[in-house]
Design a binder for this molecule. Structure first.
Ligand code: ADP
Ligand code: UDP
Length: 237
């Protein structure tokens, strides 16, 4: 598989075309941003960790019957994925209050919900990824009603698989963001990445934050946190 022209450079990854029209190569960078690009920095080794972690998790999801874009890991930072047309929705599942949920609704972080919540944001940097509901997504033609149903079903199933897996690693899955896309034949599959950039992961015992919040909130120990999560994943039998 060979890279051809660069299709896109995002905040955390570069995306390349390949000699196959249905496949892309993503390259994970160490660049980190927060607050819609307002805060910029770098996390040494993040690209390597996020690439490998996302691939291992997507392999697990495939085994559990969730279709994903993962095809083949090429090297530490690069992976072949199925090319999709991204559904411009950030799909956020929460098991525990944190981040924007706590801020918006005025509740402390760490409240364990009876059942997970789901929310959508319109994936649009110029508008600051505004929150929207199913009806808004339909009105804006971002997806069909059937696609939204499929996405919701997958998102909750993904939560069940990931929550159980991280729990076995001594990590609590607080919340996370997913992106889905459509292949050329219209099938909805999971795309983008699953990593400490896109999930809140807390040590189950100490509640220590092991994710990008350490970068967002200038807590220090960012690289160590990413390495710790990766080690726990690799040591899982
Ligand atoms: P951002 O665009 O938010 O800065 P990234 O730096 O992670 O994010 O860039 C990766 C881009 O590639 C994102 O816009 C994401 O939606 C898109 N993407 C992820 N997986 C695929 C895929 N399988 N096919 C096409 N595009 C994808
Ligand atoms: N998230 C993400 N990308 C975004 C926004 C959120 O990956 O553009 C993830 C974030 O890491 C967290 C979850 O989605 O795991 C919920 O984020 P929240 O709405 O609390 O926003 P934040 O306060 O992190 O901006």
């Amino acid at each position: 598989m060979k890279k051809t022209e660069q299709l896109y450079e995002g905040k955390a990854k570069k995306v390349y075309c390949t000699d196959s029209p249905d496949l892309l190569i993503v390259e994970y960078k160490d660049d980190a941003t927060a607050f819609n690009g307002l805060k910029k920095g770098s996390i040494a080794g993040k690209g390597v960790i996020n690439n490998q972690m996302s691939n291992r998790l997507m392999e697990r999801l495939e085994k559990a019957g969730i279709p994903t874009h993962f095809v083949e890991e090429l090297n530490e930072r690069e992976t072949v994925v199925k090319k999709v047309s991204i559904v411009p929705l950030e799909v956020i599942i929460r098991n525990i209050s944190a981040g924007s949920f706590s801020k918006k609704y005025g509740v402390e972080e760490g409240i364990v919900f009876q059942q997970p919540t789901i929310e959508f944001s319109y994936k649009n940097d110029d508008l600051g990824d505004p929150l929207l509901n199913d009806y808004h997504a339909l009105a804006l033609n971002l997806a069909t009603a059937e696609e939204i149903e499929t996405i919701k079903n997958y998102a909750f199933r993904i939560n069940d698989v990931l929550k159980a897996f991280w729990s076995e690693c001594g990590i609590t899955l607080v919340d996370f963001k997913l992106e889905f896309g459509k292949t050329s034949d219209g099938t909805i599959i999971l795309a983008d990445e699953i990593s400490p950039d896109t999930c809140r992961l807390w040590d189950s015992v100490t509640k220590e934050k092991l994710d990008k919040d350490r970068f967002r909130r200038d807590m220090g120990g960012v690289e160590d946190a990413y390495s710790e999560v990766m080690n726990r994943l690799m040591n899982h039998k």
